[in-house]
Ligand binder design. Structure first.
Ligand code: PMP
Length: 316
């Protein structure tokens, strides 16, 4: 789908996956004017296809587009485009419990621009690919390292939207962490360097007794759709949930830590290394709270329990 600056997106079309042509002076290539989304389609046991809260992805893309001076498809256009793309790729969706179809919508300034300015034309496209687990550990606990010198986002920046540049900012620290055997990096705020922010691709939760704390959405953290959903699932299950500033010191006394995201779903954290000190959680196994929330969410996403929240969109 294409759209001029200040215009509206026209109806899209389905195309075979392949390379796209862009001007060397496209806004996205020169000034990073790009946003993406990520969501999944699951196969229900009766063969139907389920999407999880696609309207939330549409709304987040629209919020990001405002920050990045881009036009965006309407919620209806976005959801329709996702549905059509998934239906056209139905054969790639694994059976229930064997994985899912990852859906990647991309919005970019595709028109040519030389001085710093919003591009004159935009492209919205969606591609899909079947996926299993995000971390090689599967749902076995992951090992994080806290990075104090590199930050993925700063106040007033674009950390709160799914801007492509945010991911370029994490590559160096993430690559170094992986080379040392860690699964990923946990970032701290860049002002006080003591409040938890998030991981390169997921939000973080700290469990202590019946209380589950997660960093508040302050503008430097991506408002994850899984985060928002897990908060509701946890409240429904009788946990207390606190969205607030969470200090790095709280990791010392935590019972469990877990991460949430479309790709990682609910991933337990087995250890966090901070200034060479390693804090461990859960004896190599997923904790009870993380397991309880993971089970509740995945059953809902796969259509194995009734959707009382009205989160599931059935495609057939
Ligand atoms: N934080 C970051 C930086 C991410 O890239 C993601 C993945 N989209 C998340 C959090 C989790 O967001 P969601 O639950 O919407 O996938």
């Amino acid at each position: 789908m294409k759209c001029p600056h200040g215009g509206n997106f026209s109806k899209g079309e389905l195309r075979q996956f392949g390379n796209i042509e862009l001007s060397p002076s496209a806004g996205v290539l020169n000034y990073g004017q790009g946003l993406f989304e990520g969501l999944k389609a699951y196969r229900k046991q009766d063969g139907n296809i389920l999407l999880f809260r696609p309207d939330e992805n549409a709304l987040r893309l629209r919020m990001g587009a405002e920050r990045m001076c881009m036009p965006a498809p309407t919620v209806e256009q976005f959801v329709e485009a996702v549905k059509n793309t998934v239906l056209a790729n139905e054969h790639w969706i694994p059976p229930t419990g064997k994985g899912s179809l990852y859906i990647r919508p991309l919005l970019m300034g595709s028109g040519p621009v030389l001085g710093i300015a919003p591009a004159p034309e935009y492209t919205f496209l969606i591609f899909v690919t079947p996926v299993g687990n995000y971390f090689k550990e599967g749902i076995a606990p992951i090992n994080l390292v806290i990075e104090t010198d590199v930050h993925r986002a700063s106040p007033g920046g674009t950390g709160g939207v799914k801007s492509i540049g945010n991911y370029a900012a994490v590559l160096q620290a993430q690559t170094a962490a992986k080379a040392k055997g860690y699964s990923d990096v946990l970032y701290l705020d860049c002002v006080h360097k003591k409040y938890l922010e998030e991981v390169s691709s997921c939000n973080v939760f700290v469990v202590k007794g019946n209380v589950i704390a997660t960093p508040a959405i302050t503008g430097t953290i991506l408002p994850g759709i899984t985060r928002k959903s897990i908060i509701d699932v946890a409240l429904n299950q009788g946990f207390e949930v606190e969205e607030r500033l969470v200090t790095v010191d709280e990791l010392l006394n935590a019972d469990e830590i877990f991460c949430t995201g479309t790709a990682v779903v609910v991933s337990p954290v087995g250890s966090i290394t901070y200034h060479s000190k390693r804090m461990s959680y859960g004896d190599g196994r997923i904790g009870n709270v993380s397991q309880q929330l993971l089970t509740a969410l995945t059953k809902l996403q796969m259509g194995l329990v009734e959707d009382n929240m009205d989160w599931i969109v059935e495609l057939k």
